[in-house]
Design a protein around this ligand. Structure first.
Ligand code: FPP
Length: 256
């Protein structure tokens, strides 16, 4: 069930999720509620990316992956797509000094070759400008789709087999994980916590392989309203969960 419990919570600093992924949903409804055009919601959503990036970095999160544009979002009206493609350009222009100050390293994953040149160049410049930062990784999923990622990983592995670098029977979880777009994150590739805002209870083609054992938290806030206190509440919910990864908490338990 989707919840919104943004009152002050007490977090265990030793159990902050290392990787948080967020499906930032509800920009359009946020705008509609204010009788504003949808793009006003995306603009406010971009402002909130700044707020939540700083909050996550200060909490000690190691990777924050944000779903900024899916491979299916091209179906939206051209004017909205153009606006969404402009957002990374404005975001990196405005926010780069803060990202440097916060020691945040930017990564952008997705089908970057199919982005408009300006969007792609802004993304590449942001990655280059923050390449030496050693703090939190701010990982944008831009023109990203989970199925597209899996198909490309399968193609990559098939080519390695074709070139004699790999035997089909040797392909295991690790090979597959390395062939995904999150391969560069190594042990941090799988989100510990996945948050979706706006009350929708769907995954929407996001990180299909990586969320196998993620804790899922759905909150009612529209993305522009999702505050640092709401982030802390989601982390508190995560910390209250019992993560078993398919095993048992007490390995000696036989009957219960
Ligand atoms: C979903 O809300 C949101 C998006 C498709 C875009 C998300 C983008 C941002 C939050 C800004 C990204 C910022 C950078 C820096 C790249 P929706 O439009 O589907 O909302 P609705 O479901 O209420 O219509």
């Amino acid at each position: 069930m989707a919840t919104s419990k943004a009152s002050k919570v007490k977090l265990d600093p030793a159990r902050i999720p290392a990787h948080i992924a967020i499906i930032m949903d509800g920009n359009g409804r946020w705008a509609k509620r204010r009788f504003l055009p949808r793009v006003a919601g995306h603009k406010q959503g971009m402002q909130n990316v700044k707020t939540i990036t700083k909050a996550a970095s200060r909490l000690g999160v190691k990777v924050l992956t944000l779903y900024a544009f899916s491979t299916e979002n091209w179906k939206r009206p051209g004017s909205e797509v153009n606006y969404l493609m402009r957002l990374p350009v404005d975001f990196f222009n405005d926010f780069m000094p803060d990202l440097i100050k916060e020691n945040v390293k930017v990564e952008v994953m997705g089908e970057l070759d199919d982005l408009p040149p300006q969007t792609r160049q802004a993304s590449e410049k942001a990655m280059a400008d923050t390449a030496n930062n050693t703090g939190m990784i701010l990982n944008f999923a831009l023109n990203y789709g989970g199925r597209d990622e899996l198909v490309h990983a399968a193609q990559k592995l098939a080519k390695q087999v074709q070139e004699g670098e790999l035997f089909p029977d040797d392909i295991d979880d690790r090979h597959f994980a390395n062939a995904l777009m999150t391969g560069f994150l190594g042990d941090l590739a799988d989100p510990d916590l996945l948050i979706r805002t706006s009350g929708e209870l769907r995954i929407s083609n996001f990180l299909l392989w990586q969320i196998a054992y993620s804790e899922l938290v759905f909150v009612d806030d529209y993305w522009p309203d999702f505050s640092p206190a709401a982030l802390e509440a989601a982390i508190a919910e995560y910390q209250a969960r019992d993560r078993r990864f398919g095993g048992l908490k007490n390995k000696t338990a036989i009957f219960w």
